[in-house]
Design a binder for this molecule. Structure first.
Ligand SMILES: N[C@@H](CCC(=O)N[C@@H](CS)C(=O)NCC(=O)O)C(=O)O
Length: 220
């Protein structure tokens, strides 16, 4: 029987991406919680380049970087497709997943963790970037169509974590006025039973993130 291990952190949207994909495919796995302040020798051995979670280890072979792992899972196990079959649609899904990681997430972090004038500028920038996604999701239930796909799984940070983080940071970003379609997707996403079952409980995540915000505020 295949041996599947996931090195991750319960509160990390990146390792939750992998858990979502494994659950979608019905793959049994062992979850190994890492302490990122004291990374295990195994994590450093399996991901010597980035030294980050998540790392999936399949029959002793490690795979790092969450978007790469998602594709590996889709190609390795049967079950609901994560990427579309059509080559053009596949390329589009990869494009938007890359856009999330390279544009949306950095802009989002900047808005939540900056202060003063920089914060307002960063808020405007993130609204502009999310506006591109707002246009992309218009008229669709999920980025994957009627079902959750690569972009929705990769989008857990902007779909779930982001709402909690902006609330803690006291920022208003996703309004009906500015991002109506993106807001609709967020509602759809958070009400989807599969998503709810596979993301960390909100109260536990709030406590975790609040501690990070408090540490940030006292370090300013
Ligand atoms: N590009 C990576 C990002 C993963 C990532 O940011 N992991 C963080 C935890 S959420 C981490 O391991 N941080 C520890 C470090 O960078 O030292 C991916 O998609 O897998």
């Amino acid at each position: 029987m295949a041996e599947v291990k996931l090195f991750g952190v319960w509160a990390s949207p990146f390792s939750r991406r992998i858990e979502m994909a494994l659950k979608l495919k019905g793959v049994k796995y062992e979850f190994i919680e890492e302490d990122l302040k004291k990374k295990s020798p195994l994590l450093l051995k399996y991901n010597p380049v980035h030294k980050q979670i998540p790392v999936l280890v399949h029959n002793g072979k490690p795979i790092a970087e969450s978007l790469v792992i998602l594709e590996y899972i889709d190609e390795t196990w049967e079950g609901p497709a994560i990427l579309p079959k059509d080559p053009y649609e596949r390329a589009q899904a990869r494009f938007w997943a890359k856009f999330l990681d390279e544009k949306c997430i950095p802009a989002m972090w900047k808005a939540c963790w900056s202060t003063g004038d920089e914060r307002e500028k960063a808020r405007e920038e993130v609204i502009e970037i999310l506006g591109i996604l707002d246009n992309e999701i218009k008229g669709k239930k999920f980025f994957g169509g009627d079902n959750i796909g690569l972009v929705d799984i990769a989008g857990n940070l902007i779909g779930y974590w982001f709402g909690i983080i902006t609330e803690l940071a006291g920022l208003e970003i996703v309004t009906e006025d500015k991002l109506p379609n993106f807001r609709k997707w967020i509602n759809e996403y958070n009400n989807c039973s599969f998503v709810k079952e596979n993301l960390p409980p909100k109260d536990k995540l709030i406590v975790f993130l609040k501690a990070r915000f408090e540490a940030f505020n006292t370090s300013k």
